[in-house]
Design a protein around this ligand. Structure first.
Ligand code: SF4
Length: 373
């Protein structure tokens, strides 16, 4: 601790880091100063200390399947390389039986504990499509958790059904929905959304649907996609909105920051973003998330999917406690040509062991189900 204090004395954010180590909750101005600081390694060291107080050297991951059930979408986000407009020859929708068949195969081959379902905003899909898939999965594989449909997809279903988002969430929960992913947040600021996703729901809508889900007993993760047209202030405001909601509901179980990958996207074609923000920024965002969310959101994912295994390993020393999922079947990030989007359990365990930590398999609610020596 004394060595640490010596370092803190020389840092431009020492007061913030000392307060964080003392368990204080930090505010918007602190967040801005952390984001402006160049002291990434020290911020990361403090973030790692906070993480180790909770988890020691243990790092979790989940065996899961991603079902990108449709790429048909009418929202045309400029950061997305995955969608195809209606009637496009490359558009697809996976049928109900095929969805269930894929889950069955993944269960048999990889003993998955979670299916993560996300897709485009397809106006042809009624709520019965989702209900049928959830019910079929739950009846055949009751121990597989359904982590599905981010707030913007819930909003799309409500619009198709001319129903309320609360009613949609309630019906989907009855059909087997366990938790919802935090996609669609990107940066929770409408100035940013007006540029990168003008047809997508506004920030307050995302927060409202998350609050509805939490109040219905459906927990969720929260995400931040950074590194495009946003400023540091936008990032800080976005994080503070998540913090404020978490103080009210306690429904977020994990936070996942990931950097925007511009390849094959409109933002790159228009010249608004030329390259991704890179590894140092990732480590900084992971560290700041751990420090800002300390005692509020327990789990910070290191997102190997968008940043690669090497960066995810580093992130484990900067405040992240979770390696994410094995992600068999992922198609959204693969559309950017970024990198391989499947890892085997063996490869994840090895990656965790390589950095001197202990790998544990978890379930959808972050309960440990298996230790690896
Ligand atoms: S990010 Fe989602 S909503 Fe936006 S275009 Fe892609 S699939 Fe559609």
């Amino acid at each position: 601790m004394s060595d640490m204090v010596m370092h803190l004395i020389r840092s431009d954010v020492e007061d913030i880091l000392v307060r964080a180590l003392n368990g204080e909750q930090l505010g918007y101005d602190d967040c801005i100063r952390l984001m402006r600081s160049r002291d990434v390694n020290l911020i990361g060291k403090v973030a790692n200390l906070l993480k180790e107080r909770l988890y020691g050297k243990t790092v979790s991951f989940i065996n899961n399947l991603i079902l990108n059930y449709t790429n048909v979408c009418i929202t045309y986000c400029k950061f997305c390389a995955f969608y195809r407009p209606p009637k496009h020859p490359e558009g697809y929708t996976v049928g109900i039986d095929e969805c269930v068949r894929r889950v069955g195969i993944a269960k048999e081959l990889f003993n998955i504990r979670q299916v993560l379902m996300q897709g485009g905003h397809n106006p042809d899909l009624r709520i019965e499509y989702y209900e049928s898939i959830f019910k079929a999965i739950k009846s055949r594989f009751p121990d597989i958790a359904i982590h599905a449909l981010s707030p913007s997809e819930i909003d799309m279903i409500a619009r198709v059904e001319r129903s309320s988002t609360r009613e949609v969430l309630s019906r989907l929960k009855d059909a087997g929905l366990d938790s919802i992913p935090g996609g669609g947040a990107e940066i929770l600021d409408d100035e940013v959304k007006a540029v990168i996703s003008p047809l997508k729901m506004k920030s307050d809508e995302w927060l409202r649907i998350m609050e509805e889900a939490h109040r219905l007993g459906i927990p969720s993760s929260a995400t931040m996609m950074y590194g495009h047209v946003e400023s540091i202030e936008h990032r800080a405001r976005s994080l503070m909105k998540i913090i404020e909601l978490q103080r009210r509901t306690g429904g977020f179980i994990a936070f996942i920051p990931w950097n925007f990958e511009p390849n094959n996207t409109e933002l790159k074609r228009e010249g608004l973003v030329r390259y991704s923000s890179g590894g140092m920024e990732l480590l900084k965002m992971i560290s700041i998330a751990r420090i800002m969310l300390n005692r509020l959101i327990d789990h910070i994912q290191s997102s190997w999917l968008t940043n690669g295994i090497g960066m995810a390993q580093l992130a484990l020393h900067y405040g992240s406690d979770d390696f994410g999922g094995t992600l068999h079947g992922e198609e959204v990030v693969s559309a950017t040509g970024a990198r391989a989007t499947t890892l085997t359990e063996e490869r994840i365990v090895k990656a965790i062991k390589q950095v001197g930590m202990t790998a544990v398999e978890r379930d959808n609610m972050y309960n440990i189900v298996r230790y690896f020596d």
